[in-house]
Design a binder for this molecule. Structure first.
Ligand code: F6R
Length: 612
């Protein structure tokens, strides 16, 4: 969702900001803009569409400036348009603001301002907040910082704000609640952004701003305060991220690069934790909290989207291996109902971005009720990682493609290790089974590599089915969440309607959709459900559905029922989801590309969903 970038220092701000906005494109947006301090006034440029469209209107303009803020907007209040794009100027033209988040009580504040004679040039909640700040500043004749602090005490909702003042050539004032903000510390310069990718080549020293904190940022000074105007010592951290990780590296799309990175991302996730030869799993977050985990009366998994699918796989695995009851909750539902959470309950929060607003708020709620929060997060230093009592990073590296791929397999790998470790400590797994699963898990990167070597076979299948109107994805047991994930991937990046279903449930409704035009993808690798799913395939075949099956290498029966099949190396059924999802990611990718979709930035979607 919205991306923000700010710069103050000796460099030219405009190129830093534009490059930064391009790095944040992956978050999803529909317009962009910049505000530059120049000669005691603020120049504003904004445009609906891509950052490239903004660049076009800038051609020939004098953009020399050492202080600026830029924004990519994902529309919430008001349609995507030039006038709703950020930055906004205050009524007097003195201040400019960019904002990521939603001001929930903006209508009430707007009414008050309209009564005072304010006019609004956009439909945004941001312009309301900005004029509210200006009104307070004028009425109290106070500093901009003070005015912002007073204003923020009145607003409800989520925000990350950057503000500049035409009367101050070097200061950016920033504030955050619920939407991410990281400040890069250079030598005599500072960078501000939604994540570190816009400034990774300039500095690796960062400060993550917390909720209810305000930052006053000048080229050689960073002051952090809380809303009570008390100074806070900034906690400077070193980033472990390289520029190459956020570039395409020769691939046509980030999504393809990220699919092909999986042998190494899964390896990185297992590295230092899984020692199959010694029969050991080392996870400090688990070991340090082992009593809480093995004595948990139940585990609640909270997540959204693809991460929720990883949670469903984990439910099956944890119940099987650890014999602890598990519930998997959509964060957006959990946060608004009145869920029963007891002290002692363990919450596993799964999130790639670590910034998903629904997940974050759901966790705050569970934490208030005394639950222990264990985060399985990819983005290091993100809000969910920080709100968790303990956790394990997935170490998949930055995921730029909107459709989650390598983060999902990283989540599965971490969750599998967690389940094995807890089961071992709880004594709910035999030594032989434990060792066998450790060995199998260690083999995953190599098996994923073998699958990817056959990617062109999936490309051929994609060619055959690219014009389908609907798809059905069916699986049983551990493969059921994989079916859901396959359907979600296809929907997101091909815009083909797709449904994932438990294969046996299909006869209770979706079977009505089956005809000679409907492609049905079966995740039918060899497992304890295999015979059952073969019967389900017969049912589809009898109704002339077109079957694409994902099967285990060596299975000679299933291909006879399938129009197309793709083979996976043999694997234990608990491990198989990590492998089985790979061809489904590829299928979605190739179909999306063949249909001309911008697969890295599909319409309406945002990478990091920071509004509810
Ligand atoms: C799907 C996808 C989304 C995310 C969801 C949660 O490809 O990427 O469904 O999984 O928005 O995001 P995180 O994991 O960042 O909390």
């Amino acid at each position: 969702m919205c991306g923000i970038v700010g710069y103050t220092g000796p460099r030219q701000a405009y190129p830093v900001i534009i490059k930064g906005l391009k790095r944040l494109e992956y978050r999803g947006y529909d317009s962009s803009g910049v505000a530059l301090w120049r000669n005691h006034k603020i120049d504003l440029y904004k445009k609906k569409g891509k950052v490239a469209d903004l660049e076009e209107i800038m051609i020939g303009k004098d953009v020399s400036s050492n202080l600026g803020i830029g924004h990519t907007r994902w529309a919430t209040h008001g349609e995507p348009s030039d006038r709703n794009a950020h930055p906004h100027l205050s009524a007097s033209g003195r201040f400019a603001m960019i904002h990521n988040g939603i001001i929930e009580n903006y209508a009430q504040i707007k009414n008050e301002l309209v009564k005072k004679g304010y006019n609004f040039l956009s439909d945004t909640d941001t312009e309301v907040l900005l004029n509210f700040v200006e009104d307070i500043q004028k009425n109290n004749n106070c500093s901009l910082e003070e005015a912002l602090r007073i204003a923020l005490k009145r607003v409800s909702g989520a925000y990350c704000i950057l503000l500049i003042d035409s009367e101050d050539p070097e200061t950016i004032i920033a504030a955050r609640k619920g939407s991410p903000l990281v400040i890069g510390i250079g030598k005599g310069e500072h960078f501000l952004a939604s994540d570190a990718s816009p400034f990774i080549e300039y500095t690796k020293e960062v400060v993550y701003v917390n909720d209810y904190e305000l930052a006053i940022v000048k080229p050689d000074e960073l002051i952090l305060k809380n809303l009570g105007n008390e100074k806070i010592t900034p906690y400077v951290q070193k980033l472990d991220m390289e520029l190459a990780a956020i570039e395409k590296g020769g691939y046509d799309h980030f999504m393809l690069k990220e699919i092909f990175e999986q042998p190494s991302t899964i390896y990185d996730c297992l590295r230092g934790r899984l020692d199959a030869a010694a029969g050991m799993i080392r996870m400090s977050g688990i070991s340090e909290n082992i009593d809480k985990l093995i004595n948990a009366p139940r585990i609640i998994i909270i997540a959204c989207g693809t991460s929720w699918h990883a949670g469903l796989v984990a439910e099956y695995i944890i119940e099987e291996l650890c014999r602890i009851p598990v519930e998997v909750e959509y964060a957006s539902e959990f946060r608004y109902r009145n869920p029963i959470v007891h002290p002692g309950d363990v919450i596993i929060a799964i999130s790639q971005s670590g910034e998903t607003a629904d997940t974050l708020v759901a966790l705050e709620k569970a934490k208030e009720n005394g639950a222990f929060i264990f985060g399985v997060v990819n983005a290091v230093g993100s809000s969910i990682a920080r709100i968790s009592h303990a956790g394990a990073y997935t170490h998949a590296g930055p995921e730029i493609g909107v459709a989650s791929t390598k983060a999902f397999t990283g989540q599965l790998a971490v969750l599998m290790m967690m389940a094995l470790k807890i089961a071992q400590e709880k004594n709910t797994i035999s030594k032989e089974r434990y060792q066998m699963l450790l060995n199998e898990l260690a083999d995953v990167p190599e098996k994923v590599d073998a699958i990817l070597k056959n990617a062109t076979l999936i490309k051929d299948i994609a060619e055959t089915y690219k014009d389908a109107k609907d798809f059905l994805f069916l699986g049983r047991g551990y493969s059921f969440p994989v079916a859901l994930e396959g359907a979600l991937k296809l929907k997101e990046i091909s815009y083909i309607h797709a449904e994932g279903y438990p294969a046996a449930e299909m006869k209770h409704g979706p079977i009505a959709l089956v005809d000679a035009k409907l492609p049905v993808v079966f995740i039918a690798t060899s497992d304890s459900y295999h015979e059952k799913i073969v019967s389900n395939m017969q049912e589809i075949k009898a109704r002339k559905g077109r079957i694409i099956s994902i099967i285990t290498d060596g299975d000679s029966v299933t291909p006879t029922l399938s129009n197309h099949h793709f083979t996976i190396p043999p694997a234990n059924e608990l491990i198989a989801p990590i492998l089985n999802v790979i061809p489904l990611q590829l299928l979605a990718y190739y179909i999306g590309v063949l249909r001309g979709v911008d697969v890295d930035k599909p319409r309406n979607l945002a990478k990091s969903v920071t509004v509810e």
